[in-house]
Each structure stands twice: as C-alpha cells, then as structure tokens.
Design a protein around this ligand. Structure first.
Ligand code: FSO
Ligand code: SF4
Length: 544
C-alpha cells in the first residue's frame, strides 16, 4: 500500500492545509509514518494502562515516562531519526504485551491495544493509522487538537520528571485521554468536553513544571544576559531541558570551555542556581529557525536537548549532538544512563579542538520576569496602572517561525503606544526583545517570563492583578492577548488559557490547519478566538 504522508500539526504546514510530500520542517514521509505508528501504539498502550488503573493495579512510573517521551518525540522539530522512532515502537509493543498479561479483563479493548507487529509490518500498519484514518472532518479535528495538546503536556511532564517531580494524576489523565481518542463512540460534544478537560490538566502540568524548576533552580530574577562572545571555545546548548544544562555546566567546570544558550535555553540565565557558573557565558543567536546560519558561525559543538532542531547542513552536522527526545540521523545522540545522568565528555573534548564562536552581535537582553519577580514589584506595577502610566498589557507569548508573515509581530511591538507593556514567554520574544523598547518608570516595556511553559507565570500574573484590582473576571483586566503559535506545546498553553477563562485570544500568524470550520466556529463563539489582520487594524482593535 502506498504510504501517503499527511501531517498538519504545526503552523507552517504546507499551504496551511497539510504536508503530503515532505514536511516543510524537513520531515520525510517514512519518518512521518513511523511517528504516526508510534502515536497509534502509544494510544494502545495507554488504553491498557487505563484499564489496569480501573482494575486497581498500579502503573509503574517507567511506563508513564515511556508514554510521555513517545509523545514528545513526535512533536514538530524534535526527532527526524526513523530508526530511533522504530526502536520506540518496538519497545512500546513489548511493554504493552507484558502489561496485557496482567489484565483481568481484556474484553472490548480497542484494536490498537491488541495490535502487534506479527500481524502486518510497521510500514503497512503506519499507512492505515495516520491522521486521515478518521474520516469525519470534525471528529478528526477534535481528536488531533487533543492529541497535540497532550503532546505539549507530555513535553512539560518530561521536564518535570527529570527533576524528580511527578504527578500520577496527570499521567493517568493523559493516558485515559489517549485511550479515549481510539473510541469511535465518542461524539463531537464528548470530544469538545475532553478538549476543555485537557486544558485543565495543562494548567496542572505547567504548575508542576514551574514547581520543579523553581524549587530546583530558584525563582527567576531580573537578569541581564550578554549577547557577545568570549575568547574561549564554547558549547551551545538549545531546547528546554534545564537538567541537561545543569549537567553540562557541571562537567565543563575547569575545562576552559564556555557554555552559551541558544533559543529557548536563554531563560536559564534568569535562575539563581545557574549564576554561580563562571563559564556560563551568555546567549548566542536567535530563535530556532535561524540555526542553519548561526550554528555554522558558532564554530563549536551544539547540544539539542529538545525541539526545535532543523536538519543540519553537512558543514556542522558533526558538531550537532542530540539528547532526550531529539534525534537527527548522522548526529551523535547522548543517551541517559540508568540513573538519569549523561556523559557529555565527547562534546567537551570536541569543543576543546574548535575555534571560539564568531561574534554575531553585542549587547544584552533583560529578562527574568516570572511570577515571583513580578509580584516583588507588584506595587510599582499597580501604581503605574492606577496613574495611567501603563494603559495596557499585551501578552505576546508563543513561538517564532520562518514565515515572513511573522514580521508582523516585530512591527506590532514597535507600533504599540509607549504606555503599553508586553508580557512574553517562549521563542516568540526574539521578534522584539532586542528592539530596546524602553521602560515605563523603570518597568521594562518587554517583560520576559521565560520559556513557552513559563506562560504559566503570565497566567499567575493576570490572576494576581485581578485580585489586586478586586475584579470578578480576568477578562476585565487591561490585558490583550496576541499570541504567536508554531508547534504543539503552544496548543497546550492555549487550552490552559481557555481553561483559566481567558477570552478573545488572537492566534497567529494563521489559525491551525487542524481546526475544521465547525471546530473553529465553536472556539470563536465560546471563547472569542480570532486571528490577526494588519498591525494598524489590530492595534486599534486590541489597544483602542
Ligand atoms: Fe519555540 Fe520550538 Fe518553546 Fe516550541 S523553540 S517553537 S512552542 O519548540 O517550545 O517556544
Ligand atoms: Fe509539516 Fe509541520 Fe508536520 Fe513538519 S510538523 S510535516 S512542517 S505539519
């Protein structure tokens, strides 16, 4: 059977419809097929674990980790390695087989829970279980919306897990939801309810990760991050995994090798615990999509801890290392040992032989405005709002991307009146954080809370302001939401915001292709979700 690719999970999907030949991200059809199969078998395993729990039997945390990392691997720009993904499918099937033996009741389990590769081969099965296997457009749309939200939730769980934090209730929900996506008896209304429930667990998942990060590394604080380079050779670390960064910083002590952050690792500088490392040199480059040029110029090795990785140019492929959920064929992958530690000596040895990074720019980024830092200056913020010095906050969190249409966000930031403050998180910030937009009475006009998961901080800040101003509804606050999305972590952030009651979110640069017209209508009618138009019109609409 022809193995036709279909993927529409990210904002850059071909023609705003779906990638069918090869991914705009570089994902090949055979990799897309293995990812479809991995999702299918992970749903099957989740149906089994959900039945086990219903029978009162515990599910080992190792199985929970397996499920979360499987989902994480299929997120946009995480893993392009077909062999690595096939190995995960095999492992998942083996674990499922073992767990099936422990079930008292195996009646009426979905087909995915019983499938194993002795029936038909991986490629043949993958061709039957992709996104288009669900024929009804609205059911498919809701199933995929939930699946993508769960992928984002899984990524955040994985980060909390590596720091020793877990919440069995979140894993139980995640798995029961995955299992329910196999159930053909669920109606559009059932799936709409499950979408909203996913948002509730998204809030819990981000709260768990926030707790894990802040209890382990301290509360982010106002920090100036250097953008220039030093004279030593360096290692560039990208992605979102703070534990990997900590291990790398430890292992590079006394080696003469500096460590620079890239992309979504920038906010690591805001955490007190990382400030003690004198070789933690600064941030290099911009958002993920500029990496082909910037990794070339870095000269030293690059460690990708999570997405977004772009398939590399041959010129620096040997310097690109992956770990965790990421994978690129031809690049060395650093596996965790049984105790979770990683040996980065191969990267450090390579760095010693490389030239120091070529400087791209000079200057500083100011950030660290997560919840506690903002609460510490809450009086100042409240006074500025009361005096009229701050008229409006604009949440511009989310992702950056390649599309030219995203220049809108830089232009929008520049066009905002001087009495507005941007609240941001995620790699979207690179569109305007270096523009020197000034401050209002000492409060910077761009307040960066951190990574995309730190959008949770922005929600806490909104709830705090609601309390201080004695408002009933978070939507009465002078806050507009103009969010840029790209991949599936942004989906869980969006669902979490909807759960918290936030309305009238503008989502751009385009609405997700996976929203069918009917599902989009439900989101518009119930939550006022809209997209963007021109900078002028949107400033009028959002700021007044
Ligand atoms: Fe960006 Fe990529 Fe953080 Fe995403 S680096 S696009 S939403 O992976 O996760 O913001
Ligand atoms: Fe296309 Fe995005 Fe899927 Fe890549 S992740 S194949 S760009 S829809």
């Amino acid at each position: 059977m022809e193995n036709k690719m279909f993927c529409y999970q990210c904002q850059e999907t071909a023609g705003c419809k779906g990638c069918t030949q090869i991914g705009v991200c570089g994902k090949k059809p055979e990799v897309a097929a293995m990812q479809d199969l991995l999702i299918y078998v992970t749903k099957g395993l989740s149906a089994v674990t959900t039945r086990l729990r219903a029978e009162g039997k515990p599910v080992d945390s190792k199985v929970n980790y397996l499920i979360t990392i499987n989902l994480f691997i299929t997120i946009t720009n995480a893993n392009f390695d077909e062999q690595a993904i096939m190995a995960r499918v095999k492992e998942t099937l083996a674990v499922k087989q073992e767990l099936l033996a422990g079930l008292a009741d195996r009646e009426n389990l979905p087909a995915a829970a019983l499938w194993n590769d002795t029936e038909d081969g991986f490629a043949a099965k993958a061709a039957k279980v992709g996104v288009l296997a669900t024929e009804n457009e609205d059911i498919r749309s809701l199933r995929e919306l939930i699946t993508y939200g769960l992928k984002g939730l899984a990524a955040y769980q994985k980060h909390a897990n590596v720091l020793g934090y877990e919440n069995e209730a979140i894993d139980a929900f995640l798995q029961s939801a995955l299992g329910r996506l196999l159930d053909d008896s669920l109606t559009g209304d059932d799936l709409t309810a499950l979408t909203l429930e996913t948002g509730k667990w998204g809030v819990d998942g981000m709260a768990l990760l926030d707790k894990a990060n802040t209890e382990t590394y301290g509360n982010p604080e106002l920090t100036k991050v250097e953008l220039g380079v030093r004279k030593n050779p360096g290692i560039l670390i990208s992605g979102h995994d703070l534990k990997d960064l900590e291990m790398l910083l430890e292992q590079t002590q006394g080696t003469g090798v500096d460590v620079y952050t890239h992309g979504e690792m920038l906010p690591a500088h805001y955490y007190p615990k990382f400030k003690k490392y004198t070789n933690f040199a600064g941030n290099y480059g911009n958002a993920w999509w500029k990496q082909k040029e910037e990794f070339e110029a870095f000269n030293g090795p690059i460690l990708m801890t999570t997405n977004c990785v772009v398939p590399p140019k041959a010129s620096y492929q040997e310097r690109l290392f992956t770990t965790g959920a990421t994978g690129v064929p031809g690049c060395q992958h650093i596996e965790a040992k049984a105790d979770g530690t990683k040996d980065f000596s191969a990267i450090i040895e390579l760095a010693k032989k490389c030239a120091a990074p070529t400087e791209l720019e000079q200057g500083q980024i100011v950030g660290g405005f997560a919840h506690e830092q903002v609460f510490a200056v809450a009086d100042k913020v409240v006074d500025a709002v009361k005096s009229g010095a701050i008229k409006k906050f604009v949440v511009m969190a989310g992702c950056d991307g390649r599309m030219k249409s995203r220049d809108y966000y830089a232009e929008f930031a520049k066009a905002l009146p001087q009495d507005t403050v941007i609240l941001t998180a995620g790699c979207a910030k690179y569109k305007y954080i270096k523009l020197n937009l000034g401050d209002i009475g000492g409060i910077p006009r761009v307040l960066d809370a951190g990574q995309c998961n730190d959008s949770y901080s922005l929600a806490l800040i909104a709830l705090k302001l609601k309390e201080v101003f004695g408002l009933e509804d978070v939507n009465e606050l002078p806050i507009a939401y103009n969010i840029a999305w790209y991949e599936q972590k942004a989906v869980i952030v969006l669902l979490a915001l909807l759960h918290l009651g936030v309305k009238n979110i503008h989502l751009g640069p385009t609405l997700p292709a996976f929203l069918s017209p009917n599902v989009a209508k439900v989101l518009v009618e119930n939550f006022g979700i809209g997209t963007i138009s021109t900078v002028e019109e949107d400033i009028k609409k959002m700021i007044g």
